[in-house]
Ligand binder design. Structure first.
Ligand code: FES
Ligand code: FES
Length: 159
């Protein structure tokens, strides 16, 4: 297996790493950088538990070879808060009790953050459609959709 030197910018911090050609970005984040917020659910782009941001765009980290992420500017769920202040989506998930077992929540929150950066004023159908790639096995979708709409409202008020 060949080895490659890559640089990742993750949550504002630069990492220089040597990775195997078959190593996945998700495994690098979890097992080498110890950022275990992104979850390994399906490994085949079906559940969204591993969602991260590249700049403002969401990606399934289980589908990205680490070598292909060389130079990426990545945000994981650990990088969404501003110090002790949760981001509006994180806070809304808590306020709306949108968390049951919690396994899907990092991916949901990261995808919802990408959603609101793309469309700060979404309607319910837009949110449901945007979150279609993120599965919740506890069937908590109603509170999650409400959380995203609430976060959008709070963000608008804060402007
Ligand atoms: S673990 Fe990546 S989409 Fe399920
Ligand atoms: S809260 Fe359990 S899988 Fe979503």
């Amino acid at each position: 297996m060949s080895k490659h030197d890559i640089t990742l910018n993750v949550n504002g911090k630069k990492y220089e790493l040597t990775v195997e050609s078959n190593e996945l970005l998700l495994n690098v984040l979890r097992e080498r950088l110890y950022l275990t917020g992104s979850k390994y659910g399906c490994g085949i782009a079906e559940c969204g538990a591993c969602t991260i941001l590249k700049d403002d765009e969401s990606y399934f980290a289980c589908m990205v070879p680490a070598v292909a992420a060389d130079g990426w500017n990545i945000t994981t769920v650990e990088g969404l808060a501003d110090g002790d202040k949760l981001n509006p989506v994180q806070q809304a998930f808590i306020d709306n009790s949108a968390i049951q077992c919690g396994f899907c929540v990092p991916g949901m929150v990261v995808t919802s953050t990408a959603l609101l950066r793309e469309n700060p004023d979404p309607d319910e159908d837009f949110v449901k459609d945007y979150l279609r790639g993120n599965f919740c096995r506890c069937t908590g979708y109603v509170a999650m959709v409400k959380s995203v709409l609430d976060a959008a409202g709070k963000m608008k008020e804060a402007k």
